[in-house]
Design a protein around this ligand. Structure first.
Ligand SMILES: NC(=O)c1ccc[n+]([C@@H]2O[C@H](COP(=O)([O-])OP(=O)(O)OC[C@H]3O[C@@H](n4cnc5c(N)ncnc54)[C@H](O)[C@@H]3O)[C@@H](O)[C@H]2O)c1
Length: 240
């Protein structure tokens, strides 16, 4: 349970982040949603406009947790984009934007939050099976996610002395708006994906929220620097 804990959730306005926010609220936490998109405030939800590629906005979001709720205990970094493109013709600006959001922004927000955690805290980055498995037309995405998986390990060993645990959750395809957009754009074939996943379905946002809740909470108190893949067996599968 996360009773009275204060957690920053980036990307909390949509998809995985929205599900994580709902889960944390159900477990008694208070949540600062840091997103480009506004969310409706309640007595336990504060929405802060934040582009995580901007360090000053990350600082402001983390500081809002202190000024509004009086403390900061955790971060779940769910903000992200997906924009598959052939590598041969990928515009450098698109490469840079992907790395800026998926890798640089993850670091800026983690740094801003860790500075404000007192003696203990937990950070969970949402990575992807693409931190481990190469998909075509996703060079920047795969490299950025692999970078976050390494960042998870580096920050875990550096910030252990501050009592901060740092872990990652890496989903395979999750049934969110991001995936729907990719299906609609012809970047993803849903039937092929289901056939490739041993458990035979896309992940539900709730599957990801389960893993996040576990890694944030006391049952994971001796787990740090770990990437937990919520993938229905995708990464284990190496047959046809
Ligand atoms: N959906 C999947 O199949 C899947 C699989 C593996 C990993 N992921 C990862 O999970 C994360 C969430 O994906 P989702 O499916 O929930 O996507 P989504 O599009 O539903 O939600 C992403 C959220 O991030 C926000 N966002 C985007 N850029 C931002 C920025 N610069 N600053 C702050 N907020 C920003 C958006 O406004 C949106 O609310 C992403 O990092 C994605 O790469 C998704």
């Amino acid at each position: 349970m996360m009773q009275d804990q204060v957690i920053v959730v980036s990307g909390g306005a949509s998809g995985i982040g929205a599900e994580v926010t709902a889960r944390l609220l159900a477990e008694g936490a208070r949540v600062v949603v840091a997103d480009l998109t506004a969310v409706s405030p309640t007595d336990r939800v504060l929405g802060v406009p934040c582009d995580i590629t901007q360090p000053t906005q990350c600082d402001a979001a983390a500081e809002a947790a202190i000024t509004h709720f009086g403390r900061l205990d955790g971060l779940v970094n769910c903000a992200g984009i997906s924009k598959p493109h052939d590598s041969l013709t990928l515009p450098p600006a698109d490469w840079a934007r992907m790395v800026d959001i998926q890798l640089n922004g993850a670091f800026y927000l983690a740094q801003a939050c860790a500075k404000r955690m007192q003696d203990a805290g937990a950070i969970v980055f949402i990575t992807s099976t693409n931190a481990e498995a190469a998909f075509p037309r996703r060079a920047a995405y795969c490299c950025a996610k692999a970078g976050v998986a390494m960042l998870t390990k580096v920050l875990a060993i550096e910030w252990a002395e501050r009592g901060i645990r740092v872990n990652a959750v890496g989903p395979a395809y999750v049934a969110t708006e991001m995936t729907q957009r990719n299906i609609a754009a012809g970047n993803v074939n849903e039937a092929q994906i289901k056939a490739r996943i041993p458990l035979g379905r896309l992940a539900k946002p709730a599957d990801v929220a389960d893993a996040v809740s576990f890694l944030l909470g006391p049952q994971a108190s001796f787990i740090t620097g770990h990437s937990l893949y919520v993938d229905g067996g995708w990464l284990a599968y190496g047959y046809f």
